[in-house]
Design a protein around this ligand. Sequence first.
Ligand SMILES: *[C@@H]1O[C@H](CO)[C@@H](O)[C@H](O)[C@H]1NC(C)=O
Ligand SMILES: *[C@@H]1O[C@H](CO)[C@@H](O)[C@H](O)[C@H]1NC(C)=O
Ligand SMILES: *[C@@H]1O[C@H](CO)[C@@H](O)[C@H](O)[C@H]1NC(C)=O
Ligand SMILES: *[C@@H]1O[C@H](CO)[C@@H](O)[C@H](O)[C@H]1NC(C)=O
Ligand SMILES: *[C@@H]1O[C@H](CO)[C@@H](O)[C@H](O)[C@H]1NC(C)=O
Ligand SMILES: *[C@@H]1O[C@H](CO)[C@@H](O)[C@H](O)[C@H]1NC(C)=O
Length: 398
Amino acid sequence: MACLKFAFKALCLSLLFVTVTSRPATRLQVFNVQNYGAKGDGTTDNTNAFTNAWRDACASNGLGRMYIPKGKFYVGGVTFEGPCNGQTSFVIDGTLLAPTNNNDIKKETWINFRYIDYLTISGGGTIDGQGKESWPLNDCDKDSHCPNLAMNMGFDFVNKSSIEGITSLNSKGGHLNFYYVDNFSIAGVNITAPGDSPNTDGIKIAFSSNIKISNTHIGTGDDCIAILSGNTNFDINKVTCGPGHGISVGSLGRYKEEKNVENLTVRDTVFTGTSDGIRIKTWESSVIAIVISNFVFENIHMIDVENPIIIDQKYCPHPPCQNMGESHVQIEDVTLKNIWGTSMNKMAVQLQCSKSVPCKNIHLVDINLTHNGTDATALCENVEGSASRNMVPSNCLN
Ligand SMILES: *[C@@H]1O[C@H](CO)[C@@H](O)[C@H](O)[C@H]1NC(C)=O
Ligand SMILES: *[C@@H]1O[C@H](CO)[C@@H](O)[C@H](O)[C@H]1NC(C)=O
Ligand SMILES: *[C@@H]1O[C@H](CO)[C@@H](O)[C@H](O)[C@H]1NC(C)=O
Ligand SMILES: *[C@@H]1O[C@H](CO)[C@@H](O)[C@H](O)[C@H]1NC(C)=O
Ligand SMILES: *[C@@H]1O[C@H](CO)[C@@H](O)[C@H](O)[C@H]1NC(C)=O
Ligand SMILES: *[C@@H]1O[C@H](CO)[C@@H](O)[C@H](O)[C@H]1NC(C)=O
């Protein structure tokens, strides 16, 4: 009996101990950048204040929150690195302003997050890359040694994390870049740059898995979303894209280190005035045999899109391409379902697959694309699959 009593007491004590010691682990601790000397006057360089606020938020034994209040906060190139002690949030209510001169960023990415789990970025604020001045420096069409213009925000090895509600404006290079990221949600984000700003990709992702993109608007001068090598299990829905180059898988096949791209769903999406809608591109003279498989594109509205549906396995933006061989990238198990609207080109569906590894299992279901009030046309080369239900342009997959 006494023993039981004692055991009970010990249990109580240990429970008490657990509750007392665990309490700080769930309490929100806010690290306002203004308490680190940051000034929202648009000109003070706040790079050190931001770095110091992050260091404390990340080290905080609980829910550490770095907070940027309303105001215009000028920050240079900055890296926010983990691992952090607990879950870390980054709340932006104000505007972050990048240096206008690309050389003042001194990094590939203006705002970079690395090696972090359980990071949430949110708020109604804006990250403004102030790219206008540096866009004319982009002459990559003519010169392969063109300057690398900084991307607005990057995530490297960041897992179980999210970004919500932020606006990314006028990046110098791409807007949001993801590299080796797992289980990440992008929701309610607005990505904007002029349609003629060069290489301002909206979301660029490689070697990542379990990515969700939803309720997001992207209008830029390059791909709305670029899905590169090594990506698996993506769910993209309720995205509006335009201006821009559409949602693009690739280009792939150019580098030996590339990995397969598998399991991609894009649904309930609208493309407005883009050069491409759904695009898969692989290099004409690919050096590697990888597989692109298990994609579904469903419920997609095209409004005045130049090339609504395009598989291009002869991608060679600056000819001539090295060996001019066939692409060895296999494309298989792709369903395109319920896609309708208007095409700027007469040819609305172009499936140009590789002669050496033809596309397999490509299924078109309920497609209705028109060109200037008439039926559009389709081109199919080296494709095996089917077309069913409504099919305008009349199919070439029978
Ligand atoms: C994905 O991340 C969320 C946090 O954003 C977490 O709650 C969830 O457990 C993660 N899922 C997996 C399978 O890791
Ligand atoms: C995050 O995920 C990436 C990709 O799956 C993995 O390479 C990396 O080790 C993970 N990092 C952590 C800290 O778990
Ligand atoms: C996105 O942000 C831009 C710039 O702030 C704004 O003009 C536009 O209305 C926003 N679009 C959406 C869909 O929120
Ligand atoms: C792709 O999805 C299938 C199920 O639809 C699953 O079996 C497979 O493991 C997934 N691939 C990857 C790389 O996660
Ligand atoms: C295709 O769309 C056009 C224009 O919206 C419409 O008039 C036509 O009936 C549709 N055709 C089919 C087969 O659904
Ligand atoms: C669209 O069609 C009308 C006739 O129906 C024609 O006069 C006009 O030139 C066409 N426009 C384009 C851009 O093809």
